[in-house]
Design a protein around this ligand. Sequence first.
Ligand code: ATP
Length: 334
Amino acid sequence: RDAVSPEADVEEHQIEGALRPKNLDEFVGQHRVREQLSLVLHSAQRRNRAPDHILMSGGPGLGKTTLAMIIAAELGAPLRITSGPAIERSGDLAAVLSTLQEGEVLFLDEIHRMARPAEEMLYVAMEDFRVDVVVGKGPGATAIPLDIAPFTLVGATTRAGMLPAPLRDRFGFTAHMDFYEPAELEQILHRSAGLMGAPMEAEAAREIAGRSRGTPRIANRLLRRVRDYAEVRGDGRITLGNAHAALELYEVDALGLDRLDRAILDVLMNRFRGGPVGLSTLAVSVGEEAETVETVAEPFLVRSGFLARTPRGRVATPMAWAHMGLTPPPDAAF
Ligand code: ATP
């Protein structure tokens, strides 16, 4: 994985636990989401009931798993973690649902990738706390209703729009996770450096934050690369000089663009004269799935002003041409 890819790798998953904030107060940024969540959780606690089901939408590495863990911790409830791709048949979901304890929080990551038949089972479970277990096959098959313990579903998806409406409607509340501001990323970096026992200059934190694509996971990963550099080539102190040298070594662009971002801009400008070009054509040209281009790379490119989505397709902006050091053709579509 690239140093700036927002998706996690194996090393990441092992280290993330240590850097994860444990409660809502430690969770940096996302003020609106925090306030909304705090209300939902506290009112449920006052009524002594399981809170409404919660949907979280946002790109990879923005803190959805962390928030799910915090929700369970704040409720003092156990947490079960599974993901859409792990649920291939409705039986897989029935096995999870029927073993939940009362009040348990079920975190279902990548919920939009769950098998269709399981989706329907989930609707019923969310609404009536019941699963219909089908016994037998063909005309003799019967559905046996089974009561399950009231639980809170926390679903995560990279895009709420990809969920079928009946599923989306069964969530009491959707938390939209946005990119983090540089100042918030700096705060996260200082916290992480503290936990890692690595002294860090304020300018170094600012520099790393600026290249983290608004994403805490990337910020923490870049911090680890800079820390490695500082330990091996310096005295362990994370200075601006170390940050510059390490980030250059790992080819992290001054604005945090990664290889996929640059490939998209490169194809868009050099092959399609800056666009407009359709999403699927663009995805094929960079050898990625359309979903990855749309949910991982595009939100950051659009937000940073490099890419525009128009009714006729994706278009490179003047800023993108300038950043890539290219001159747009006179008839470029901006
Ligand atoms: P994915 O959906 O790809 O699993 P995610 O959105 O669930 O990603 P997390 O695994 O929760 O992301 O977070 C990634 C890392 O970023 C974790 O190490 C966590 O410590 C850190 N992090 C995320 N959000 C915050 C935050 N608001 N404050 C401090 N650290 C954060």
